[in-house]
Ligand binder design. Structure first.
Ligand SMILES: Cc1ncc(C[n+]2csc(CCOP(=O)(O)OP(=O)(O)O)c2C)c(N)n1
Ligand SMILES: CC(=O)[C@@H](O)[C@H](O)COP(=O)(O)O
Ligand SMILES: [Mg+2]
Length: 630
């Protein structure tokens, strides 16, 4: 069939299982083809083809609410709800979002991107339904990785207590991004192998009744069987004791099994959990055999070979630079412990993990736990390195305030993906961390201009023992600058003049330094002398340099690839005000007060007005008398 002609999922109701099998094959090929050009979350989506088809056949979206946790696995849902013709624009500027988007379709009832929110949202929708007296089905679909998120466990606890009608679909493929971790994962493991939970439970009851009747060796065998089955059943009881009716394990690639269980679940009263076993990457050999998470989210690739199509980077990735520098230091410094909340691959911690397995912790999708565990380590004299994406650090704000900074503990926060991340869009842009960190007492917040300064900053952070210290760095690769052999510490709170100037000073850091230098270079030809300062410490500010600049009455322009509200520019404004430089001329450039959608970073910067040309315009507005007509 022509997938691009699909308007809505109603057509599924008329299809036989054989036809559905053909459809799932067609969708798989479509995904493999399209994503070989656009990139995206190919593994997760190949794993949920049959499950998504079955859900849209059994339930009536959008009346029935399908809520996709994380949402990176919603491409099949988007195909079945009339968006197949947009896949050439997947995750591109003004194109199809890689996550559910309410403005795209009435079938996208809840927007995700950050993990573990589906059950809480589902509970809200279930309460609303019952208060309104309507009868729609509420169906959150949560992965085994997302289930390790604290929010999910908070919601399970409440849902099981309130006993509202809800059908939780647990999509268990044994993988988070990397192989899933945790005790809960082991519970699921037992269930995966237990066979049909309810059948096993009935068999056990019958067996238990017969045991007294058999004597001798058979009794001992029966006893052993009973114990092993009981061990397996304990896992099923895990959910039943939480107040759920457990169905499973269900073969997530077998329509008969799926329909049997989903129809049961649809009729059941109270909260139901359907444990569906799927294979991440199913149907595409390289993705299906991915043991480490390489095919979780990818760029374009060659279908025949599974080779990724990417230009050879001129410099190591920022994540590798930071994690490998920590690894090098960990050889001499036994205090160092690395922690990642489920992103060992993205944070490039594989090397550290292989060299120091006893000092590397992947805690699952548990940022709050990760941050406070780091604080606990620091109280015992250890030097925890918490590798965490800026956007995911948002989950651990109180732990940073209450546990790490308030107790002034020696935690090193490696804030990865700081700034615009591009394809993942609104839910993943790392643009809030300056605003939500800089006002916390005791924290040091810094950002290097290039990877050489970055390695020195890592060294500085490890040596620093006066409290919490955070280094933010962008997604992607460094600039390819020469690297010093010898690491050195950078004095905390010191900025660096990169270019002298007398008419105006630009204060900026990290990824916006190149555009500042380029603007200064071009304006020099128009008679405007621009000073460019590497304001590499966002907190504490370099007060000495600020006083010097403000006393010279130089107009200042701050630039940051981060939100303006409460950002670095705000800090400079506050400083000028607090030190009575009331006549100071201070302008700010950064991300405006709105969410930034997905797209190529350079396109987004252009849309926002963060380019060399925009900097030049702002400088000219600050120095009107100086500009020689070009
Ligand atoms: C709060 C948060 N932390 C981390 C991530 C990064 N992340 C995206 S998908 C994923 C793994 C999800 O595993 P699972 O729920 O099992 O889905 P699967 O990819 O296996 O289908 C992680 C850790 C995230 N999206 N949100
Ligand atoms: C869906 C999700 O949250 C992750 O897969 C995220 O997309 C990873 O981002 P990076 O590609 O920057 O590691
Ligand atoms: Mg999974």
């Amino acid at each position: 069939m022509d997938l691009e002609a699909i308007q809505n999922p109603k057509f599924l109701k008329r299809m036989s299982n054989e036809q559905l099998i053909q459809l799932s094959e067609q969708i798989r090929q479509f995904l493999i083809e399209k994503l070989s050009k656009t990139g995206g979350h190919i593994g997760p989506n190949l794993g949920v083809v049959e499950l998504t088809i079955a859900l849209h056949k059994v339930f009536d979206s959008p009346k029935d609410k399908l809520i996709w946790d994380v949402g990176h696995q919603s491409y099949v849902h988007k195909i079945l709800t009339g968006r197949a013709n947009q896949f050439d624009t997947l995750r591109q500027y003004k194109g199809l979002c890689g996550f559910p988007k309410r403005s795209e379709s009435e079938h996208d009832v809840w927007e995700t991107g950050h993990s573990s929110t589906s059950l809480s949202a589902a509970m809200g929708m279930a309460i609303a339904r019952d208060l309104k007296g309507t009868n729609e089905h509420i169906v959150p679909i949560i992965g085994d990785g997302a289930l390790t998120g604290g929010m999910a466990l908070e919601a399970l606890n409440h849902i099981g207590h309130e006993k509202k009608d809800m059908i939780v679909i647990l999509n268990d493929n044994e993988m988070s991004i990397a192989p899933n971790v945790g005790a809960l994962h082991n519970v699921l493991g037992r269930l995966r192998t237990a066979g049909k939970y309810h059948w096993v439970k009935d068999e056990l009851e019958m067996l238990l009744k017969k045991i007294p009747a058999v004597g001798g060796k058979l009794a001992a065998t029966a006893e052993r069987v009973k114990d092993s089955i009981k061990y397996l059943l304990v896992s099923g009881v895990f959910f039943e004791e939480l107040g759920f009716t457990y169905f499973g394990p269900v073969d997530g690639h077998n329509f008969e099994d799926l329909f049997d269980n989903l129809h049961y679940a649809k009729k059941a009263k109270g909260p139901v959990l359907v444990h569906v076993i799927t294979k991440k990457g199913k149907g595409y050999h390289p993705a299906e055999n991915d043991k480490v998470g390489t095919w979780h989210g990818t760029g374009p690739y060659k279908i025949e070979t599974g080779d990724f199509i990417q230009s050879k980077p001129s410099a190591p990735s920022w994540s590798a630079l930071v994690s490998e520098t920590v690894r090098k230091l960990a050889r001499e410094d036994r205090r160092i412990v690395a922690i990642t909340p489920a992103m060992p691959v993205g944070s490039k911690l594989e090397g550290f993990a292989s060299e120091f397995p006893e000092r590397m912790y992947d805690v699952g999708i548990a940022e709050q736990h990760a941050a406070t565990m780091a604080a606990g380590l620091a109280t015992q004299g250890m030097k925890p390195f918490l590798a965490i994406y800026s956007t995911f650090l948002q989950r651990a704000y109180d732990q940073v305030v209450h546990d790490i900074c308030r107790q002034n503990l020696n935690v090193f926060l490696g804030i990865d993906r700081a700034g615009l991340v591009g394809a993942d869009g609104e839910t993943h842009q790392g643009v809030f961390d300056i605003a939500f960190l800089r006002h916390i007492p005791n924290i040091v917040l810094m950002m290097p201009k290039d990877e050489n300064e970055g390695q020195h900053m890592v060294y500085t952070a490890i040596q620093y023992d006066a409290g919490p210290i955070a280094m933010r760095f962008p997604r992607g690769n460094g600039l390819g600058v020469p690297m010093d052999e010898q690491l050195k510490t950078i004095p905390i709170g010191t900025w660096e003049v990169l270019r002298e100037g007398t008419d105006v000073a630009i204060l900026t850091f990290g990824t916006t330094i190149p555009m500042a230098l380029q603007a200064a270079e071009r304006l020099a030809h128009e008679g405007i002398s621009v000073q460019v300062v590497n304001a590499r410490f966002i907190k504490p500010l370099d007060e000495h340099m600020l006083h010097t600049l403000l006393k010279r009455n130089m107009p200042l322009l701050t630039i940051e690839e981060a939100v303006l509200q409460g950002g670095f520019g705000s800090a400079v404004l506050e400083f000028a005000h607090d030190h009575s430089y009331h006549g100071a001329v201070i302008d700010r450039m950064g991300i405006p007060d709105r969410f930034i959608e997905h797209g190529n970073v350079s396109q987004l910067l252009k849309e926002i007005g963060l380019t060399t040309e925009h900097v030049m315009e702002r400088i000219c507005l600050l120095t009107p008398k100086k500009r020689k007509r070009a």
